[in-house]
Design a protein around this ligand. Structure first.
Ligand code: IZC
Ligand code: ZN
Length: 416
C-alpha cells in the first residue's frame, strides 16, 4: 500500500486518450493505492480509505510525492549487437542517415554485428539496457527484431526478446520487423526478400515469437506498395500491425496505416495533415519519437500539436532506443523532448508514456492506468509536481518503482 501520494491515475473509460482529453490525468491528492497479488485493489483518497476496512501488510509513505503508472516504452530496437558511435563523425561531416545507410552503414552495420553476436551476447547487452530502463521507471517495453534480415538471426532476436521476460522484471513485448532494410544479398530484389520474410510468418506465429509485425516504409528502404504487400500478409495470419512511416520523407505510410487499421504508426515527422486525420479516424495511435529527430540533428519534428488539437487523435511517446538513430533508454529524457521539441504539455506527455503507450502495444486492458483490477506497475517520482520532470532534464527523477506489486527500485537504485 502506498499512502499520502499525489496519484495520477489516468483512469476512466476505455481506449487511448485522444485530443484535448490527453490532459486529463485523473489526479487524486493525499491518496492511497493498494495492491494484492500484483493487482490493484484500492485507489482513493485517505478519507475514502479510512472507511474501506482494508488493512495493509506493507506500507510506503509517499509524503505527497507523485505516483504514476509504470512508464511504458512502446517502440524500441532493444535486442541488437554492437554500437554505431562512428556515425557521429559522419553526421558532423554532413552525411545524412539515408546516405550512411545507402553506403552500407547504418542499420546494415548493426545487422553485421547482430548476426555475429551469440545469443548470450545479445541477451547480456539487452539486460544492461533493461536495467537502465527500469531504474528510470520503464516497466514495460516493446522490442523489435530487424537486425537479422534473415530467418536465422531474426528468429534468434525474437527468441532472446522472449527469454528476457524470464530473466528480469520489465515486460518485453516482441515485434517482428524482418523488413527493416534490404540486405546486400537481395540488392535490387526487394520482392524476393519480402517473400522470404513472409515465408517466416507462420513459424513466428506458431512459436508465439511476436504479437506485432512492422516494416520500415521509407524512401530508399520499402515503398508503400511493398509495405502494403508485407503487412497484408501479416494481417491475414493474425498479427497486429505497426509501421515505421514518414520518418524522413513524406511517402504515405501514415495513410497506409489508417487503411490497414494498424494499432500504431511511428515517427511521422514528414506525415501529411490528411494522413494524421486519417489515423485519428481509424483509431491508429501516433507513436512519436522526438529523441530520433534530435539525434539525427534534424530540426524537423512530428506535428504533435496538429495531431492533438486539430485531428483529435491519440499520441504516445517512445525512445526508439536503437544503436543508430536514438541510442538512449531514457523515457524521462523523451518526456522532456515531448514538451520542449513537440510542444506537448506535461500532462499530455504523461498520458503518452502510460495509458496511450499501453494501448499502442495492446496492453490497455491490463497496464497504463492506476485503477482497481489493473496490474500494480507504479512509479513514485521524487517530486510532487509533474512539470518538474520534463523541466529538469537529463537526470533520473525516480524514487521507487513497483512491478506487479513488487518493489524493484528503492531510492533510485535497483533491488536484486
Ligand atoms: O538502426 O537506425 N529508423 N530504424 C528506422 C532505425 C531508425 C534503427 C536504426
Ligand atoms: Zn524504430
Amino acid at each position: 500500500m502506498i499512502r499520502h501520494a499525489r496519484v495520477a491515475t489516468l483512469a476512466g473509460g476505455n481506449g487511448p486518450r485522444c485530443g484535448r482529453a490527453m490532459r486529463n490525468m485523473g489526479l487524486l491528492d493525499d491518496a492511497v493505492v493498494a495492491a494484492a497479488d500484483g493487482v490493484i485493489t484500492f485507489v482513493g483518497t485517505e478519507a475514502e480509505f479510512a472507511g474501506s476496512g482494508l488493512e495493509a501488510r506493507q506500507t510506503v509513505d509517499a509524503n505527497g510525492r507523485l505516483l504514476t503508472p509504470g512508464l511504458i516504452d512502446p517502440h524500441t530496437h532493444l535486442v541488437h549487437g554492437g554500437s554505431r558511435q562512428q556515425e557521429l563523425a559522419m553526421k558532423l561531416a554532413g552525411k545524412s542517415y539515408l546516405e550512411i545507410l545507402a553506403a552500407g552503414g547504418g542499420i546494415l552495420s548493426t545487422v553485421q554485428s547482430t548476426r555475429a553476436a551469440t545469443d548470450g551476447e545479445l541477451t547480456q547487452k539487452a539486460l544492461k539496457s533493461l536495467r537502465i530502463m527500469l531504474e528510470q521507471g520503464t516497466t514495460t517495453v516493446e522490442a523489435k527484431s530487424g537486425y537479422g534480415l534473415n530467418r536465422e538471426t531474426e528468429l534468434r532476436q525474437l527468441q532472446v526478446a522472449r527469454k528476457l521476460n524470464e530473466l528480469q522484471p520489465v515486460e518485453v513485448v516482441p515485434t517482428f520487423l524482418g523488413p527493416h532494410a534490404l540486405p546486400p544479398e537481395y540488392q535490387g530484389r526487394p520482392h524476393e526478400f519480402l517473400q522470404t520474410m513472409v515465408d517466416m510468418l507462420d513459424e513466428v506465429k506458431e512459436q508465439g515469437l511476436a504479437e506485432f509485425c512492422d516494416i520500415f516504409c521509407e524512401t530508399g528502404v520499402f515503398s508503400v506498395e511493398e509495405s502494403r504487400f508485407f503487412l497484408s500478409e501479416c494481417q491475414r495470419r493474425g498479427f497486429a500491425l505497426k509501421i515505421h512511416a514518414d520518418e524522413i520523407e513524406p511517402l504515405g505510410g501514415t495513410e497506409l496505416a489508417a487503411q490497414l487499421g494498424a494499432v500504431s504508426v511511428e515517427h511521422l515527422l514528414a506525415a501529411s495533415k490528411e494522413g494524421l486525420q486519417a489515423i485519428a479516424k481509424s483509431g491508429t495511435i501516433a507513436v512519436l519519437l522526438p529523441g530520433t529527430s534530435w539525434n539525427l540533428q534534424s530540426s524537423q519534428h512530428a506535428d504533435a500539436r496538429y495531431m492533438i488539437d486539430e485531428a483529435g487523435g491519440a499520441v504516445a511517446l517512445a525512445t526508439d532506443y536503437n544503436p543508430g538513430s536514438c541510442p538512449s533508454e531514457s523515457l524521462q529524457l523523451i518526456m522532456s523532448m515531448g514538451c520542449n521539441a513537440l510542444g506537448m504539455t506535461p500532462e499530455e506527455v504523461l498520458t503518452a508514456v502510460t495509458r496511450n503507450a499501453a494501448y499502442a502495444i495492446n496492453r490497455g486492458h491490463r497496464l497504463g492506468t492506476l485503477e482497481v483490477g489493473k496490474q500494480a506497475d507504479m512509479c513514485l517520482f521524487d517530486t510532487d509536481d509533474l512539470a518538474y520532470i520534463p523541466y529538469h532534464f537529463g537526470i533520473n527523477h525516480v524514487k521507487h518503482v513497483f512491478k506487479g506489486g513488487r518493489q524493484v527500485v528503492r531510492d533510485g537504485r535497483l533491488l536484486d
